[in-house]
Ligand binder design. Structure first.
Ligand SMILES: *[C@@H]1O[C@H](CO)[C@@H](O)[C@H](O)[C@H]1NC(C)=O
Length: 521
């Protein structure tokens, strides 16, 4: 408590005292990692003294007087993550979460259910509600821009992955596909070969096409959810197609040490790592003893919170376990069930304090699904990784980590135990992975402001400057044909054609003149 108060005083002093703002925070994706991001964001705002209304499918447990929560756990019915994210189905390629229409439909369903949720509608229609800013997660849907229209306040987007074409096009323009790998569809890392470059352009076209094809559906949902609320406040609702480009700022859960040095606009602020506690929580005593005693080092293995490792096929499970038993390191495996015949050096935990384990000096390797939170934590604490990507952006995250030199990639299939063993041997046979991860960890940690302080600074800035119009990219006002100078190219072609015709006519006339003069001479 005392630390909280001191923290509060320091932050207030750093940023100049300001009155507490009323903020609406919308993070409605039903998934553990999204709620980790939402909770951490809300905690930073509360610590800075603000009042927060938080729309979430997993409410924060501690009650705080300045926190009001709107529970949208019914969103789980829209996105049954346990069924969709089944390891067996992913291995057998029964589900494909890299399929564009699937991604868009799932996320639209969640967004639509959120804005039509009874309690959310109550909030929208309550005449006394006022907010100084709306902060909404962008997840393949722009429907939340309606909140800012209702409350007539600035809109701030939050992006849970590294900056990419769809998100950047809302506040600036798409990055050039010739040197930018797509965030989930791409399997390559720039510099691209000719065909990879063509492939990236093709992916960009397909995204644009799918987004365009759902325009009508989205506009209808948008009007249905927000129109009457805006009219009750004596204003009219502008079209979604206009309002979605009116975001003042976008926060990105990314950092250049993890991704590529993509060109970002002035109102894109990278806050990757803000979810990591500034002071590491101490390990539970039994775990601490295990890690302290592991003189050969500890390997931490976790497939994250979405995938249940108990659904892993028996053959792979026992293969991995047997392989772990042959290692000289100690292995801590986050797993939801007891395993029989556990080797002496392997410990199973149904819940693992991931940050505290990675922070322990004996932790020498992290085997992960490559979710962005996990790869960020690996860099934060300087631990090399082996990535076993399963879905969404995990492939790109792992490919990038491999290209940056602090990771190996292993795919999940029936050959995994063997391939994992080879990757582990490779990581420990040379110091280069450890050295590289320390270098990157320095780059990651070498920032002027902590990511949590960045959040507060920029939320204040947007509110104080009434939506920060000075940060808006001029690119938003320029249509594609002008960006590509197609009008100039058209003009040049037409001019050349006219010139050719004129010259032809002129030459023909001279012929006639010459002919006539010949006749008369
Ligand atoms: C766009 O955002 C600015 C700043 O938040 C706001 O003043 C303006 O009213 C918004 N425009 C529309 C059309 O809502």
């Amino acid at each position: 408590m005392l630390i909280k108060i001191i923290n509060f005083v320091i932050i207030q002093w750093m940023f100049g005292y300001c009155q507490p703002y009323k903020l609406l925070v919308v993070f409605p994706i039903p998934g553990k990692s999204h709620s980790i991001l939402g909770h951490a964001f809300v905690k930073h705002l509360l610590n800075a003294g603000h009042e927060v209304t938080y729309i979430t499918p997993i409410p924060i447990k501690d009650v705080e007087p300045r926190l009001r929560q709107i529970n949208v756990e019914s969103n789980y019915n829209r996105f049954p993550s346990d069924d969709v994210l089944d390891i067996q189905k992913l291995i057998d390629k029964e589900v494909d979460l890299k399929d564009m229409p699937t991604v868009f439909t799932l996320m639209y369903d969640v967004a639509n259910a959120t804005i039509l949720h009874e309690d959310v509608q109550k909030l929208l229609h309550s005449a006394s509600e006022e907010f100084d800013a709306v902060i909404a997660e962008w997840m393949y849907s722009e429907l939340y821009s309606g909140f800012a229209a209702v409350f007539n306040c600035p809109l701030i987007w939050f992006l849970s992955v590294s900056p990419h074409n769809m998100a950047l096009s809302l506040i600036d323009k798409e990055p050039n596909p010739a040197y930018t790998a797509d965030h989930i569809m791409s399997n390559s890392i720039p510099p691209f070969t000719f065909w990879e470059r063509v492939g990236e352009l093709w992916i960009l076209f397909r995204w644009k096409f799918y987004r365009w094809s759902v325009n009508d559906r989205d506009s209808k949902s948008f009007d249905e959810a927000f129109k009457s609320a805006v009219m009750e406040r004596s204003r009219i609702l502008l079209p979604l197609d206009e309002l979605k480009y009116n975001g003042s700022l976008m926060f990105g859960n990314s950092h250049v040490s993890l991704g590529d040095a993509v060109v970002i606009p002035r109102n894109f602020i990278e806050i990757g790592g803000y979810h990591i506690n500034s002071t590491v929580k101490p390990l539970p005593n039994d775990l601490k003893i295990i890690m302290d005693r592991a003189t050969q080092g500890v390997i931490f293995f976790s497939m994250g919170s979405m995938l249940k490792s108990s659904k892993m096929p028996e053959q792979i499970k026992s293969g991995i376990l047997q392989m772990f038993g042959q290692l000289k390191q100690t292995v801590i495996w986050k797993f939801e069930e007891e395993l029989p015949n556990l080797p002496k050096n392997v410990y199973i935990l149904s819940w693992a304090p991931q940050q505290s384990i990675l922070a322990h000096p004996n932790c020498v390797l992290f085997i992960t699904h490559g979710g962005l939170l996990s790869t960020t934590e690996a860099l934060h604490f300087g631990v090399p990784i082996i990535g076993i990507p399963m879905f969404a952006d995990q492939f790109t995250n792992v490919n990038r980590a491999v290209a940056k030199g602090f990771a190996k990639r292993v795919d999940l299939n029936y050959g995994t135990p063997e391939n994992l063993k080879m990757a582990i041997d490779e990581i420990f046979s040379t110091p280069k992975y450890r050295e590289r991860v320390k270098e990157l960890s320095f780059i990651y940690n070498d920032r002027a402001l902590s990511p949590g302080s960045e959040i507060i600074r920029w939320v204040h800035h947007v509110i104080k400057t009434k939506g920060s119009p000075h940060l808006r990219s001029p690119a938003l006002l320029v249509p594609l044909y002008q960006k590509l100078y197609l009008d100039l190219i058209f003009l040049i072609i037409i001019s050349v054609l006219i010139l050719i015709v004129v010259i032809k006519i002129f030459v023909n006339k001279r012929h006639i003149v010459v002919d006539i003069s010949k006749k008369f001479s």
